[in-house]
Ligand binder design. Structure first.
Ligand code: HEC
Ligand code: HEC
Length: 445
C-alpha cells in the first residue's frame, strides 16, 4: 500500500513539475509549439534563421566584398574602436585624446551611450556605464560632438546594409536610386561600399579622429597596420581610411551569442523560464513584433513611422525642430512619402540602458511595450497618414505586457558583452574615455 501511494504521488509530482502553472501544458509541448511558431515567423520557415553567427566564425558573418574580414583586421579594429589617442581634432586642446568610438557605443550599455544623447568631444565623465557623461562647461554647444538622435546600438550591425536611422549610408540595397543625394557627408557612398564601411570613413572625421603615420608609430600600431594593410602603398597605409576599415571589420563581429534566446534556439530548453517563453510566444505571435523587427538580429532595413518624439523635445544639445534628423528617411530622400519614417533597430540588450527610440523619449522598457500595445503616437508633428499600418493596438493584458517585457529584458540580453573589449589599448591610454573625470570613474588614475 505504502508502495502504491509513493508511486502515485511520484507520478503526480512529475506531472506538476512538468506542467505550466496556468494551462497544465507539459513543458516539452510548450517548447515544441514555441519552436514551430518562431520558425514560422522566419521568411524561410526555419528556426535557425534567428540564430546569429558566432563572433569568431568570420566566414558566416555578412561582410563587404571590398573589406573582407580577417582575424588580424578585427583585432586591430578592436583596439582602434576603444583608442582615445587618435582623437586629436578636439575643438579645445585640453580634450585632445580623451574620447573614442566607444564613448558613444559602450559594450556594457548594449553598445549605446548609457545616456540620452551621446557626447564625445565636449563631454566629460563616465559614471559606471556612461550614464554620468555631461557637457564640458567650457565648450560652446556648436563645438560639441553630439547628434540630434540617440546613437544606434552596434549589436548585430553586420545585418544593417544601410546604416543610420535614415539609412543614408551604403550604395547598395535600399539606396539604389538615391545617387543624386550622395554629396557632402555622403560622398563616400560613391565608393560602392556597404553602409558600415561608407559611414565609418566619414565617421572618423565627424568624430574628430586623425590617424597619421607619426601617431601610428608613436602609439605602437605600426606593425599591425603593416600586417593588415600590406597591399596598400606605404603612403596610404596609416590613415583614417584604413583605420575605418579595421573598425568596420571589428563591429561586424558584435553578436549577442550568449543571450538566453540564442541558447534556447540551439537546444538549451532551460535557458528561458515559462514566463519568458510566454513572452517569446507573444513576440513572434499575437504581438507580431517581427512584422517590422524581421531580420536575424531583430532589426531590418525598413523604415516605419511609429510617431515617437524627437530629441529636441527633451533637454538636449545641437538640435531643434528644424533638424533634418526629425524627418527620418525623408530627411535623406526628401520624398514626403518617407517623412518621419525611421529604420527598425535591433532589440538585444535593451535593458542595459534606459533610453529608448531615436529621441530617447522613453526611459522604461515596459512603457515601450505598452506604447506598442496601445499604438497611440506621442509626437503631434507626425501626421496620422504617415503612421505605419503595422503600428496598431494589440489588446495585450497586463500580464502579457509583463511577459513580453521580460522576454526583451532577459531572454534577449547577452550578460557578457564586455568580452568584446580589449584588456588594454596599445597607447596605454584610459578607455573608452580619458578626460580627468572619466579616468577617475573608470579607475584609471
Ligand atoms: C558622439 C557620439 C558618437 C561617437 C563618438 C560615435 N558614434 Fe556611431 N552613432 C552615433 C549616433 C548619434 C548614431 C545614429 C545617428 C543617426 O542615425 O542619425 C550612430 C550610428 C552609428 C552606426 C550606424 C548603426 C546602424 O544600425 O545604422 C555605426 C555603424 C556607428 N555609429 C559606428 C561608429 C564608429 C565606428 C565610431 C567611431 C569611429 C562611432 N560610431 C562613434 C553617435 C556616435
Ligand atoms: C510598424 C513596425 C514596428 C512594429 C510592428 C514594432 N516595431 Fe519596434 N520599432 C520600430 C521602429 C521603426 C522603431 C524605432 C522608432 C524610432 O525611434 O523612431 C522601433 C523601436 C523599438 C524599440 C526601441 C529600440 C531602441 O533602440 O530604442 C523597442 C524596444 C521595440 N521597438 C520593441 C518592439 C516590440 C516589443 C514590438 C512588438 C510589440 C515592436 N517593437 C513592434 C518598428 C516597429
Amino acid at each position: 500500500m505504502k508502495h502504491i501511494i509513493f508511486t502515485l504521488s511520484l507520478i503526480l509530482a512529475l506531472i506538476i513539475v512538468s506542467c505550466n502553472k496556468d494551462q497544465m501544458v507539459p513543458a516539452a509541448q510548450i517548447d515544441a509549439s514555441l519552436r514551430s511558431m518562431v520558425a514560422n515567423a522566419a521568411p524561410d520557415g526555419v528556426l535557425d534563421f534567428w540564430l546569429l553567427p558566432q563572433a569568431d566564425d568570420l566566414a558566416s558573418i555578412p561582410q563587404d566584398p571590398q573589406n573582407p574580414l580577417t582575424e588580424e583586421k578585427v583585432e586591430l579594429g578592436k583596439f582602434l574602436f576603444f583608442e582615445t589617442a587618435f582623437g586629436t581634432e578636439a575643438a579645445q586642446e585640453e580634450m585632445i585624446g580623451t574620447y573614442s568610438c566607444a564613448t558613444c557605443h559602450i559594450p556594457e550599455a548594449g553598445f549605446r551611450p548609457g545616456s540620452a544623447q551621446g557626447i564625445a568631444d565636449g563631454g566629460v565623465g563616465f559614471g559606471i556605464n556612461g550614464e554620468d557623461r555631461v557637457r564640458n562647461t567650457s565648450y560652446s554647444e556648436i563645438e560639441m560632438d553630439v547628434q540630434g538622435a540617440r546613437p544606434l546600438s552596434l549589436i548585430s550591425v553586420a545585418f544593417v546594409e544601410n546604416t543610420m536611422w535614415n539609412g543614408s549610408f551604403g550604395s547598395t540595397n535600399v539606396n539604389i536610386g538615391t545617387e543624386d543625394k550622395w554629396v557632402g557627408d555622403l560622398v563616400t557612398n560613391n565608393l560602392g561600399l556597404q553602409g558600415i564601411e561608407a559611414q565609418n570613413i566619414e565617421g572618423m572625421e565627424v568624430h574628430k579622429f586623425h590617424v597619421t603615420p607619426e601617431l601610428v608609430e608613436e602609439y605602437g600600431y605600426k606593425e599591425m597596420f603593416d600586417n593588415v594593410f600590406a597591399e596598400y602603398p606605404e603612403e596610404e597605409r596609416y590613415s583614417n581610411f584604413t583605420a575605418s576599415f579595421a573598425v568596420s571589420a571589428y563591429i561586424r563581429t558584435l553578436f549577442p551569442n550568449k543571450a538566453p534566446f540564442q541558447e534556447w534556439i540551439q537546444g538549451n530548453m532551460q535557458a528561458m523560464n515559462a514566463a519568458e517563453k510566454n513572452g517569446a510566444m507573444l513576440f513572434f505571435g499575437k504581438a507580431a513584433c517581427t512584422n517590422c523587427h524581421s531580420g536575424p538580429g531583430l532589426s531590418s532595413v525598413e523604415f516605419h513611422a511609429i510617431g515617437v518624439d524627437d530629441m529636441f523635445m527633451r533637454p538636449s544639445f545641437r538640435t531643434d525642430e528644424t533638424d533634418l534628423r526629425n524627418l527620418g528617411r525623408g530627411g535623406f530622400t526628401e520624398d514626403p512619402a518617407d517623412f518621419y519614417k525611421f529604420k527598425v533597430p535591433q532589440l538585444y540588450n535593451m535593458s542595459d540602458t534606459k533610453f529608448y527610440f531615436h529621441g530617447s523619449s522613453f526611459t522604461n522598457l515596459r512603457d515601450v511595450v505598452e506604447y506598442f500595445n496601445k499604438a497611440v503616437p506621442e509626437n503631434p508633428n507626425v501626421p496620422a497618414e504617415q503612421i505605419s499600418e503595422k503600428f496598431k493596438s494589440l489588446d495585450l493584458t497586463d500580464e502579457e505586457v509583463d511577459d513580453l517585457t521580460l522576454f526583451l529584458e532577459k531572454s534577449l540580453r547577452d550578460p557578457d558583452l564586455a568580452r568584446y573589449k580589449p584588456e588594454t589599448v596599445p597607447s596605454g591610454n584610459c578607455f573608452p574615455n580619458a578626460d580627468f573625470q572619466s579616468a577617475m570613474d573608470l579607475g584609471c588614475n
